[in-house]
Each structure stands twice: as C-alpha cells, then as structure tokens.
Design a protein. Structure first.
Length: 423
C-alpha cells in the first residue's frame, strides 16, 4: 500500500515545475508498482491541502495544478501503473473532485472506475474499508481537514459506550521523503477488502476508556512515550503548561485517530503539532489520564495517601502498596513532571503547581468532598464551608494527594533510587 499526501507535495520547492514534480512522484512509486502483471498495489491519496494550520495561521503553499492537468497526465501513465492498481482511495476529495470523478474516470480507463473509492474521512478508510492506517504519516493539514469533516459530519464517528467515570473537568526532513510512505504492515490486507471488514470481531481498542492493567502490560504505551518526548522537547518554554488549556481545532481528529486500535493507528506529527500549539500535548496526556476506565488512585489507596506525610512514608509504605500498573503510570508521570519542573523559571510551573493541576485528573471517588480535600495542599487550612461538609472525615496533619505528588515529583531521583523506568 502506497500513500501520496498532497499537503506534502504542495510544500515542494517552487523551482520544480509541475512536470518535474509528477516525474519525481512516479520514480518514488515505481519500486513498489512492479512490472505489468506482477502483483499489484493500493494507492491512498490524502487530498487535503489545507493552507491553514491548527492555530488558524495561513501557511504559504505551492498551488497545485487543476484536475484537467491531472487527467491529462493520468492518461499518459505507463500501462503498469494502471494495470497493477488494485484500488485507489482518495481521502478528503474536494466537492469539485467528487463531482467530476464519476464522469472523467471512465474516459481515462473504464476498468478503473470500480477501483476508485472517494472517502470523506480518514476514519472511513479503516471503519468502512478495513485499511490499517499504521505506517501512514499524517500532516497537520490532513488533521485540520479531518477535524473540519468530523465537525460537519459527526455521524462518521462510530458509536462509543459511555465511560465508567466522569470527565476530569467535571470532577474538579525534506519534502520528498515524506510524500510517499510505504505501509508494509498492511500490504497483505487489501486483497481481502472486497469481502468487507468485520470490526465487531476485533477485540482491540485505542487509548480512551481503557483499564491500566490492560493497556500498560509491563511497559509504557507508544502514545505516552511520544508525549513525554515532545513535551520535554517542545513545551518547556511555554508559560502555564498543563495549567492552560489548548483550544486547538485539531483535537477532534487527534482524539478520533487515537481511538482506533493501537496497532492500526497512523503516525501523528507530534513535533509539528507542539511547535504550532505547545499546550496540545499536555492536553492529550491529561485527557488520557482522565478517561481511564477507573481513576489511577482508587479509594483503596486513600488511607495510604493520608498516611504519606514524609518522604520516608512515600518510599517505604505507599509505593510498595501500589499495584504494578499503578506504579508504572505514576513513575512515568512523576518523572515527566519532575523533568518539566526543572524549567519552572520559564513555565512558572513548580512541582507544587504541577501537582495541584494534575491531582484532580488522577482521582474520582464516590465522595466529592473527600476527593476535594485530597486535592488540597497539605499545609493549607480547610475553608470553613468545606470543613463543615467534611465533618469527621478530615483530621489535621493528614497527607493529601497534592502533597504526595509534590514530594514524588520534587524528589524523583531519591524516590526512584535504584529503579529504572522502561521508556
């Protein structure tokens, strides 16, 4: 399966003529096309060429030739390119393209018409045709168009079961090398597409609403490794990181793509996304933590949190009591926040600030008052109204989740002494 992204083509050097550009594309396709009658290939064209980035800023783009030029070129393609083509998927075609294709394609090659599949959304490639998106490099332009389409056509999103817990907010290289990407892992999948794709039989899910034990499996999943890398690489100069929320228009597409089975997901351009909006990766991480099927800290750990007043309590009592998956995610998170806190002079986010922001995302018990108390600084007196509501549930000198996280983040090296986190 070969992928042609027009958003990457449009960023080609302006010194290249359209004919030179077309010949470069053919040369990159040729090794996988084969000789006439040998095998076959599937071509996915990502037709989005949105000049507007996720922050709404106009980006200068090369103007691509019109459909008449492409039709003229396609009629002169070497026979093997047309003969060996099994399927052609055009994702995000414009209204003009969708209107003219049914009339033009039969004149180019009558046999090609049945191979043509215009698709409104990238998600349709998987949900409707069963094509894995693994190995496909997604550009911000494609994400921007996908988000717009999902907003206009929400029915394209598959129905999802309700989450078991509340949302966190309610609970307190050069262009050419990127133009063509080969998805080797999915090369065999297109042969059986005609029989359809039974998604109901797939016992696979994405990153949202998962159980920690099921998702981690003794290692940190790829999304979390990517987020850690990009947050520490691109977000350490942003004031209020984690505290301020991203308003990126790309969120709908990112969330939907991360909901695909993990081994079927495309490659997202996290570096580009973070440079465009440094608040976006922390937003995705917070959402991941808040949408786990159960909170990271369940109510069985509340007494341990209250008893962890000193660093020794944290090291010798609390951490040894944690389930393996809970320890793994907390060790990952506190390491990330520790490294981020080293840049507090620029981000204005100390270990305490980060603890105050992240604590409500990690906890969601049956008693909101109890959760609220655990999300306060341990040295601060309770407000009178909250003290009255708490009754005998609160005692002076007890530890809180914010205090525990502040200790763990601030003294990460000492707490994790002799332990290694598999990244």
């Amino acid at each position: 399966m070969l992928v042609l992204s027009l958003s990457h083509v449009s960023s080609a050097p302006p010194t290249l003529s359209n004919d030179e550009l077309f010949n470069i594309i053919l040369r990159r396709l040729e090794p996988w096309v084969g000789e006439e009658g040998e095998g076959g290939y599937v071509l996915v064209v990502l037709a989005a060429d949105d000049p507007v980035g996720g922050n709404g800023m106009e980006k200068e783009r090369r103007k691509l030739p019109g459909i008449g030029w492409w039709v003229w070129k396609c009629k002169r393609l070497p026979r093997k390119y047309r003969k060996n083509l099994k399927r052609l998927y055009i994702v995000h075609p414009s209204l003009f393209t969708r209107t003219l294709l049914p009339f033009i394609v039969p004149f180019i090659s009558p046999k090609s018409y049945s191979k043509l599949h215009p698709l409104p959304s990238l998600l349709s490639l998987y949900h409707t045709h069963g094509v894995s998106l693994k190995g496909i490099d997604i550009s911000p332009s494609v994400l921007s168009t996908e988000s717009r389409i999902l907003k206009e056509l929400p029915d394209l999103l598959p129905a999802k079961p309700a989450l078991k817990r509340m949302d966190s907010e309610s609970s307190l290289a050069s262009w050419g090398y990127h133009t063509i990407s080969s998805a080797v892992e999915t090369a065999a999948s297109y042969l059986g597409m005609a029989q359809g794709h039974d998604l109901e039989k797939e016992d696979k899910r994405g990153y949202w609403g998962r159980e920690l034990d099921d998702l981690l499996r003794d290692s940190i999943p790829p999304l979390l490794s990517d987020l850690r890398r990009v947050i520490l690489g691109e977000c350490v100069t942003t004031e209020g990181v984690f505290r301020r929320s991203s308003n990126s228009t790309l969120l709908p597409a990112i969330i939907a793509l991360l909901d695909l089975p993990i081994d079927r997901q495309p490659s997202l351009p996290w570096g580009e996304l973070a440079r465009d909006d440094p608040l976006l990766p922390p937003k995705i991480l917070s959402r991941f933590l808040s949408e786990l099927s159960a909170p990271v800290f369940d109510q069985g750990l509340y007494d341990g949190i209250r008893g962890a007043v000193t660093l020794d309590d944290l090291k010798s009592k609390f951490i040894p009591s944690l389930p393996d998956s809970t320890y793994l995610i907390l060790s990952y998170l506190t390491r990330l926040l520790h490294d981020l806190s080293l840049h507090a002079n620029r981000t204005k986010m100390t270990s305490l600030n980060l603890s105050i922001i992240i604590a409500p995302v990690l906890i969601s018990g049956t008693d909101p008052v109890e959760d609220t108390i655990l999300c306060l600084e341990p040295s601060r007196p309770l407000p009178a109204g909250l003290r009255h509501m708490a009754g005998d549930k609160y005692q002076e000198g007890q530890g809180t989740l914010v205090g525990l996280l502040d200790m763990w983040i601030g003294h990460y090296g000492e707490v994790e002494e002799g332990m290694a986190l598999d990244d």
